[in-house]
Write a protein that binds this ligand. Structure first.
Ligand code: ADP
Ligand code: MG
Length: 787
């Protein structure tokens, strides 16, 4: 164990040497820029830009550029980048991840790479975890860049199109990752170029990169349209699902969340709806409702994943414990939960566009990130994004003490000990931050603290501003704060007077998280910038983690467990059990993300095809040529599809070919059923197709066609894509059903997904071709009549 850590640190040390040399260079340049006037300093930006234009590399101007940013920062913010901050900046400029603990000043670090990469004039995106921080960084760090003559923009939800365009046009744009992703989706739903807000991607810096790319990556971004839901069906399905038992009526895979009904379950559904065969195509919707109802029970827990407020389901962000305002689950799942809770059923969301955060950020040619906790996730960052994690030394030595876990036999003993500990610390005046993993757990903690009549702040379902306010107070004398682990991430916890002498902030964890990384985030709340501090986790053998992931191990362990009178486990092997179990949890989550990413890759490839077609249409880029290609491909497809190679030509579907193609042509062509080669059939239509192409070309300058054509194409594309997304969701649900066979469900999904797309995309081309040709014929007739 230890040797692995050592080795990874050594690699970093070797890599750091390279950066230290550049830092020396930058430090040597300081006197040169110190003597420059403000105007001269600002002027450097133009000089750098010219050097890049004339072919100089980013790498070669970096030392000077960093020295200029540092000098500007000294003048406008009175902050001089520490050497370690320069190292962080170098790591980011190269497109890697800088691991720097909380309080090391990552916001200021980002001022360096954002400046350098903005010199290329293609726009740099700085991604923060919430709007509050985006605004703060835009206002603070933006001063440095504006001073140096760059433009800085802020991208917020609810902005008007022209405001967003201005924000994206800036050299550096601040905002939250999800909003950038939504802008991408909305740009790809726009009907006019003038509605586009984004430019091509260039470089993004992601703050708290692990939380954005790993933790929040679970829920895809979905732009949805509304659709009336069938309330009765939802209610019946909910009633059924309530009585269903896992392993008897349905199977559920903890890892992939795949849900499927067993034969017993299917029989019950068939009985209560009075149908013969649930697998029939006509009952597909019904099946879907039942599956969603089951998922509403097994995946979603009240007061953990959602709360009920004002007769509405409000989703809870697992990591912050914060209400996700306005976010709803799509595809009937939200309504299934409403039915489960006996609430009024709202309208369903139908996905019109969707993307995962991972796939959004993978579109940037270069990406980099910073966080206090990335090393434990290095493999994933490397495999998925090609980023390496470099640990940057702290500016001052870390003084926080991470004490070993206290593990109790029962949950009750754990919370009692926790409350006791908090009370003792509080008596001295030492501030305590109690970290929990859910709202439900926070409330439990609150109950036990109340028994000691302690005053504390409970950060449940608070707004971002309230969170920031309360978290920033958490280091004051005598404060007790109870919060889910991610609440107020990125907020500085400054210690109050006299707190340092009491040992700094005491962080108390009440449950291990799904990865050591998140535990470390919680610990990192304390001991910033060389402050004193302490962290310790209070656990119990009854914690979910053990029960779910270490059943056998736990049973063995319980046979030999020893404990003191408070229930504190005294066997030293308990630490090993905890560590092993958490590793299993980490592995399970990693495979789930990997699985979901693979699923999403299938859609991602298709999305690229559809969006690139859309781009061409919206840019009016050779649109008549597009139409001709669609026609030619449709003709070919119909012929090959109707003439199966394994069939004898007498069995070919000549009637279908004739009907479909004649629908497109100017004059019908009769197809002799004596032909025996597909090439001959193709040949037969050659002249007519050429005529049709000449006819199409005659509309080159026709205003009516030029206006109607792109709009019609876009509508068809969007309808097709929405429908296709729905079909793909059904397919995803369905593969759970068939995983009993020999074949890997992922492979089935990939293969059938591709087939479905091929068919739907072909249908799209035929529909567009036939609609547009019809329209052109109409115009031609009108013109003739006028003459
Ligand atoms: P992090 O994001 O790494 O947790 P922040 O960017 O929030 O840290 O910075 C923490 C605090 O340190 C802020 O108050 C910031 O102004 C201050 N700070 C950062 N860098 C410097 C510096 N070079 N000199 C002085 N103060 C700094
Ligand atoms: Mg920060």
């Amino acid at each position: 164990m230890l040797s692995i850590f050592k080795r990874s640190n050594q690699t970093s040390e070797r890599q750091l040497r390279k950066y230290r040399k550049i830092v020396q260079q930058i430090n040597k340049l300081e006197p040169t820029y110190e003597v420059m006037s403000d105007k001269q300093l600002t002027n450097m930006t133009e000089i750098f830009k010219e050097r890049i234009q004339s072919g100089e590399s980013i790498h070669s101007i970096t030392p000077d550029a960093f020295a200029v940013v540092r000098e500007a920062s000294k003048r406008v913010l009175e902050m001089r980048h520490f050497d370690v901050q320069l190292i962080g900046g170098l790591v980011l400029t190269e497109g890697n991840i800088a691991e720097m603990p909380t309080g090391e000043g990552k916001t200021l670090v980002a001022s360096l790479p954002s400046y350098v990469r903005a010199l290329e004039g293609k726009g740099v995106h700085v991604i923060t975890v919430n709007d509050y921080l985006a605004k703060r960084d835009y206002e603070q760090i933006g001063q440095i860049h504006r001073f140096l003559g760059l433009t800085v923009g802020l991208n917020l939800p609810m902005m008007q199109v022209h405001e967003k365009q201005a924000a994206y046009h800036a050299d550096i744009t601040y905002g939250v990752g999800t909003e950038f992703g939504f802008d991408y989706l909305r740009d790809n739903m726009a009907h006019q170029m003038t509605e586009h807000v984004q430019r091509p991607y260039h470089f993004a810096i992601i703050d708290e990169v692990d939380s954005i790319l790993v933790d929040e990556a679970k829920t895809p971004l979905i732009v949805a349209g509304k659709m009336q839901a069938d309330a009765d069906l939802h209610l019946i399905a909910a009633r059924l699902a309530k009585r269903f038992k896992k392993g008897i009526d349905f199977d559920f895979d903890d890892e992939t969340k795949a849900t499927s009904l067993t034969d017993t379950g299917i029989e019950k559904v068939e009985k209560s709806f009075g149908i013969d065969n649930l697998y029939d195509l006509e009952h597909q919707t019904l099946y879907h409702y039942v599956i969603q109802a089951v998922r509403a029970y097994v995946i979603f827990e009240r007061d953990v994943d959602y709360i009920v407020r004002d007769e509405k389901i409000e989703l809870v962000d697992m990591f912050t414990g914060r209400i996700m305002e306005g976010r709803t689950l799509s595809d009937g799942l939200h309504q299934a939960i409403e039915a489960k809770e006996g609430l009024p059923i709202t309208e369903e969301n139908k996905a019109q566009a969707q993307i995962t955060i991972q796939n959004y950020f993978r579109m940037y040619p270069q990406l980099c990130g910073m966080t206090g906790t990335a090393k434990t996730q290095e493999k994933e960052f490397n495999e998925v994004y090609g980023m390496t994690v470099i640990q940057i030394p702290t500016n001052r030595p870390t003084l926080r003490v991470d004490s070993s876990d206290k593990v109790y036999k029962t949950i009750d003993q754990k919370y009692k000990a926790m409350a006791q500990e908090v009370a003792e610390r509080n008596k001295k005046g030492q501030p305590v931050l109690v970290g929990t993993t859910s709202i439900l757990q926070s409330e439990k903690v609150a109950k036990y603290l109340n028994q000691h009549k302690l005053n504390f702040n409970l950060l449940n379902a608070k707004s971002v501003e309230q969170e920031v306010e309360l978290i920033s107070q958490a280091g004051q004398l005598g404060q007790i704060t109870v919060a889910t682990n991610m609440a107020g991430r990125g907020t500085d916890i400054v210690l109050g007077e006299g707190v340092e002498a009491l040992g700094g902030l005491f962080v108390l964890g009440t449950e291990k998280h799904e990865s050591r990384r998140i535990d470390n985030q919680l610990r990192g709340r304390s001991g910033r910038q060389g402050d004193h501090g302490e962290s310790r986790f209070f656990l119990s053998l009854e914690d979910d983690m053990f029960k779910r992931f270490a059943k056998d191990d736990l049973e063995k362990f319980l046979k030999k467990v020893t404990a003191n009178e408070d229930g504190l486990v005294t066997n030293p092997e308990v630490d090993e059990l905890t560590e092993r179990t958490q590793r299993i949890v980490e592995g399970a989550h990693y495979s789930m993300r990997e699985y979901n990413l693979k699923l999403d890759d299938v859609i991602s490839d298709q999305r690229k095809v559809v969006y690139s077609l859309r781009d061409k249409v919206i840019e009016h880029d050779g649109i008549l040529e597009q139409l001709k290609t669609m026609l030619a491909e449709t003709v070919e497809f119909v012929i090959y599809d109707s003439c199966a190679e394994e069939d004898t030509p007498s069995n070919w579907d000549f009637e279908r070919i004739e009907r479909t193609i004649n629908d497109l042509l100017l004059e019908p062509v009769s197809l002799p059923t004596t032909l025996e080669k597909t090439a001959d059939i193709l040949n037969l239509y050659k002249t007519s197709l050429d005529d049709l192409f000449t006819f199409i070309d005659s509309f080159e300058d026709d205003e009516q066609v030029n206006q109607m054509l792109p709009q019609a194409m876009l509508s068809y594309i969007d309808v097709m894509w929405t429908k296709h997304l729905e079909v793909m969701t059904r397919l995803k649900e369905g593969i759970g059903l068939r995983s009993y066979g020999q074949e890997d469900p992922m492979r089935i999904y990939q293969r059938e997904g591709l087939e479905l797309f091929g068919r739907n995309y072909q249908k799209l081309r035929r529909n567009i071709a036939s609609e547009v040709i019809g329209f052109m014929k109409l115009i031609a007739q009108q013109k003739e009549a006028q003459q």
